[in-house]
Design a protein around this ligand. Structure first.
Ligand code: AMP
Ligand code: GLY
Length: 424
């Protein structure tokens, strides 16, 4: 396919990253983004839309979409890929029945049991359960409690405080009917993005997110404060175990569905002291900010990769990746994640845009809007991220931080230790 029209659904840093890599493809003629942000507006046409499936399909039809790329999980869980299939529009992102892997943690656990994929032991607790006995059964390590809902990262509590665990369990049972109590997995986390369709899969270079708000992995959980790629914790030996124990069985399971999985499977991993991988979670979309560091390392034409997955063409595609490293550092608004203060001007961004280039050092926009006078203002919790790509990880980290130091946002905060685990 040449002269393609692509629609990217979403409006965060991940979607800006998708637009940047699609814009670099000679096969793409025009990019549209729903709703997009001030960054996507620089290279795509943004469409304001109520985000219902009907309204989205209307946009796809009006622009003549050859490919729809879905950034966030919610529209997939609501059936956007099913609707695209009915309308004969290739869609990167799985149908609702398979997106349920992210939509329900219990479903994900049961799937892993059936497929023989290593993950933490768990118990399902409801009104009839003996919560104290369950807490006893998982004592000796922090308790991990997970609600079975799409909670935007707020559905999981990991705590050494028994009372906190018990009250989260009780509140979750009250609101949802049941909850999962899971064994704590010790080790180091990493993210693996696997692009797949009914014919093949391609694993992208593994990355590592930094979920806590502050340096040293302290403070509250966030959507992700920065990432780097590739992550050395995934050595070649670990990679092989992940393929054999997790990716192959999941691909077989997902390809057996009436409509195969067409999109990216995000595998949240814990690598233990014996270098054995366990699945912490599955997501049915690119990670944010993992996407920002992973796609720039893909040498293969990204449109061909995404279009291939959407049309069961991956068997005919070979994946090539760059040998370097990438780092992205997130700038968050004051008060993020609890209560971000929005609406403040971002200084230095105009100038930074004139001195940067995608593939070397650049800014991924997330919660950024333009004000009436044409300036940039912070309109979200995670505002933007400064990203760099280079041969050497330490140099690349420095480049990303020097780009960040040219920007000013009152009360804005970022971590100063992104990629620290790779520097040990
Ligand atoms: P999830 O939403 O399932 O990804 O969980 C959010 C975060 O909680 C993960 O990124 C981990 O840092 C932590 N976590 C979840 N499950 C476990 C577990 N079984 N053992 C240790 N940490 C966990
Ligand atoms: N960075 C983690 C996520 O996208 O879920």
């Amino acid at each position: 396919m040449k002269n393609a029209t692509v629609v990217v659904v979403g409006g965060g840093g991940r979607e800006h990253a998708l637009c940047l890599s699609l814009d670099a493809s000679p096969l793409v003629d025009s990019i549209h983004c729903v709703p997009g942000n001030a960054g996507t507006a620089r290279l795509a046409t943004n469409h304001a839309c109520d985000m219902s499936i009907e309204a989205l399909l209307d946009v796809f039809g009006r622009v003549g979409a050859n490919l729809v790329v879905v950034g966030p999980e919610a529209p997939l869980c609501e059936g956007l890929a099913d609707a695209c299939s009915d309308a004969h529009i290739p869609c990167f992102g799985p149908v609702a029945a398979l997106a349920h892997l992210e939509g329900s943690k219990l479903h994900a656990k049961r799937t892993m049991e059936q497929a023989g994929v290593p993950t933490a032991d768990y118990q399902r607790l409801d009104h009839h359960s003996d919560v104290n006995a369950a807490l006893d059964a998982f004592s000796g390590a922090p308790w991990v409690v997970k609600r079975d809902v799409l909670a935007g990262g707020k559905g999981v509590v990991v705590t050494e405080d028994r009372d906190e665990a018990a009250s989260f369990i009780e509140a979750s049972i009250r609101s949802d009917g049941f909850v999962l109590l899971e064994a704590f997995l010790p080790g180091e986390e990493a993210s693996m993005l696997v692009v797949m369709d009914g014919t093949a899969f391609h694993t992208l270079p593994p990355s590592q997110d930094h979920k806590r708000a502050y340096d040293g992995d302290l403070g509250p959980n966030t959507g992700g404060m920065g990432a780097y790629c590739p992550a050395p914790v995934i050595s070649e030996a670990v990679h092989e175990k992940i393929i054999h124990r997790i990716v192959e069985p999941m691909h077989a399971y997902l390809s057996a569905n009436e409509t195969p999985y067409r999109g990216v499977l995000f595998i949240g991993l814990m690598i233990d002291d014996n270098d054995d991988p366990f699945v912490v979670e599955f997501n049915v979309r690119f990670g944010d900010p993992e996407c920002q560091v992973t796609l720039p390392l893909v040498k293969t034409d990204v449109f061909s990769l995404l279009y291939g997955a959407a049309t069961d063409g991956l068997h005919a595609l070979s994946l090539e990746v760059h040998s370097g490293s990438s780092v992205t550092v997130v700038l968050a608004s004051e008060g993020y994640p609890a209560a971000p203060i929005k609406g403040r001007p971002i200084h230095g961004l105009d100038k930074a845009l004139t001195t940067t280039a995608y593939g070397e050092k650049w800014v991924n926009f997330a919660g950024v809007s333009t004000s009436e006078d044409g300036g940039y203002i912070a309109s979200g919790g995670r505002v933007l991220s400064c990203t760099a790509l280079g041969a050497d990880l330490a140099e690349t980290q420095k480049t990303a931080y020097s780009l960040m130091s040219a920007l000013q946002l009152e009360g804005g905060h970022y971590r100063s230790d992104i990629a620290h685990r790779a520097m040990r």
